[in-house]
Design a protein around this ligand. Sequence first.
Ligand SMILES: [Zn+2]
Length: 272
Amino acid sequence: MASPSTVTVSQDAAGRWFVSLLCEDTIPDAAATNAAVGVDVGLDSLLTLSTGEKVANLRHERRDRDRLALAQRRLARKVKGDGANRAKARIKVARIHARIADRRRDHLHKLTTRLVRDNQTIVIEDLTVANLVKNHSLARAIFDVAWRQFRELLEYKADWYGRTVVAVDRWFPSTKLCSACGTLAETMPLGVRTWICRCGVVHDRDVNAARNLLAEGLSVIACGGGVRPQRESSRMGQSSAKQETQRATAGLPPLTGERCQPMNVRGRKCSR
Ligand SMILES: [Zn+2]
């Protein structure tokens, strides 16, 4: 056990107290069992891996979301003058928010730890926030936060364990491309969960997208673009929630794979 260098005490909107300890720690080297994996993130399945594995969204999330919507409506109805009741309603909303956030953080921590432990290279899609705020539904809002958090956790853990995270350009047509023959489908409406390519291969929408992301990510690495420099000094990890946010904001700019233009997965050209 190390003695903490910083101790931070804070209180959140739900009235809960937190103590955060900042400690120096050395992370042991551990080889990944798998070379690379593609990860598709979505509203139906939280994560779909290129291996075909699907990770569902949290079981309680839908119910929590309904409760949150109800509590928010009740808060909105409280009249301005009624201070005590309004404050009570506000704390209720904050508590539900906090519970959703806690469960999500716990879930994402477990998922990212497993992904980083098992895989040397992890390819994700570079979803930008500006792209995501168009849809104002609560489900989408929660997804947006989860996605940002997923990427933050993934990137700092990858740094700790000497893994590579590649973020593929968001314009790459991961959903429309056949991962078997490279044919680009003209359209792929949101409701389509499975589709058959002209080559005869039946695709699960998300698994196919994850496979395309993997192929694109590997070609980005092969073309020399998009590889995050390994920062050896950062392998001396510091474990603390405070450190997490520092790492996230100090992160490298999003990778766009600009040297490799997204083309047919098989017939890729390097512009180098
Ligand atoms: Zn095909």
